[in-house]
Design a protein around this ligand. Structure first.
Ligand code: WQD
Length: 337
């Protein structure tokens, strides 16, 4: 069986990818230090998959341990999720972000470079690499603007490090997947997003407000140059996003060493904050408490993905609707509450 190391495999996206890898016949091996995830996720994965899941409870930056894992598990690939992702926090603690997301990635690439049997690398990137796009939908070859936060800069640097290392490699190839806004949860409600403290992202804030864990949602600005004045994003169901990783691996298996490419992973459709709220109210049949507040610093006005390249090259497209994603997010929230 083909073993794939999944750093950050206990996290929101990583855990859903573990499920899809198993379903596609791969053997995921999780490396996670639970700095932003919880141990019961592993038990939930085992229940969902009805099988044991191999876990190394350690920091992916622990070189010695990583070497041991490489020798024991003989992976054919690595999918790298272990990174920090809170935009606001990255502004306040940039070194924390450069250390884990950039210095950590350099160590990981050295490990991959040394493991000559390892053939594939998938890097978790972000639509944040584009900055505020000039044209919508945003295409993969759009020029990068300065990132709006240190987090965004780490993703630009991460893609550069991945690509520069890959194109001179004799034994591995790689892809960067630029995620738009992943939301939702597994339909089983066994795994989902576990925000620590007050949620920063829209959908967990909505579900926690509906669950009365937050008193009211603030819409950050209704004076943007968009049809209803609120910001527009491309919200993608996390299970669709997870499936894109399987397609990415399958694609890399057909490609020679040193091949590198980038793909947008979104639905191709933009939804405004007010539309997301309205859809949530419709699918859950309830009114949400919200007020309009000032703009949030550093927010983009609008972004959504051009999805042609992923469809043509990876043979992947998102299948689940915003309504389905919000309904799954709500089911997960109710289970947590
Ligand atoms: C969405 C919209 C807010 C909270 C995220 C991740 C980032 C990156 C890309 C991967 C915005 C508005 C939010 C609230 C609101 N992912 N909002 N009230 O900023 O697009 O970035 O996706 O790299 O890691 O953070 O997502 O969910 O924070 O915001 O009105 O309480 O919802 O202004 O327009 P964002 P988000």
């Amino acid at each position: 069986m083909k073993t794939v190391l999944v750093t950050g495999g206990a996290g929101f996206i990583g855990s859903h990818v573990v499920v899809e890898l198993v379903k596609a016949g791969y053997r995921p091996v999780i490396i996670d230090n639970f700095s932003n995830s919880e141990r019961p996720v592993i038990r939930a994965l085992q229940t969902l998959l009805n099988q044991e899941v191999t876990l190394y409870d350690c920091d992916y930056q622990n070189n010695k341990k990583l070497k041991e894992i490489g020798e024991t598990e003989r992976p054919i690939g690595v999918i790298h999720f272990a990174a920090f992702k809170a935009v606001n926090e990255s502004v306040k603690q940039p070194l924390k972000y450069y250390d884990n997301n950039v210095a950590g990635l350099i160590k990981l690439m050295k490990f991959i470079k040394a493991l000559t049997k390892l053939k594939h690398f998938v890097y978790s990137s972000s639509c944040m690499v584009y900055g505020e796009p000039d044209q919508l939908p945003v295409k993969e070859d759009s020029p990068w603007k300065p990132a709006t936060s240190p987090y965004g800069t780490t993703k630009q640097m991460g893609e550069t490090i991945s690509s520069d290392t890959t194109v001179v490699s004799k034994h591995f190839n790689a892809l960067s997947l630029r995620y738009f806004n992943p939301i939702g949860a597994h339909a089983s409600a066994l795994i989902g997003e576990l925000p620590i403290g007050k949620p920063q992202n829209l959908v967990p804030f909505i579900t926690q407000t509906a669950a009365k864990k937050q008193s009211s949602l603030t819409v950050f600005g209704n004076d943007y140059p968009t049809p209803d004045g609120s910001c527009i994003r491309d919200y993608i169901h996390v299970v669709d996003l997870a499936k894109a990783h399987v397609k990415a691996l399958m694609h890399l298996e057909e490609k020679p060493p040193a091949y590198y490419d980038v793909f947008n992973i979104g639905t191709g459709h933009g939804s405004s904050v007010l539309e997301v709220i309205k859809t949530f109210e419709q699918v859950t049949d309830q009114k949400l408490m919200y007020t309009i507040g000032p703009r949030r610093l550093g927010d983009l006005t609008a972004t959504y993905a051009s999805i042609d390249k992923a469809r043509k090259v990876l043979n992947w497209k998102a299948e689940k609707s915003l309504a389905e994603a919000l309904s799954d997010a709500w089911r997960w929230q109710q289970k947590l509450a």
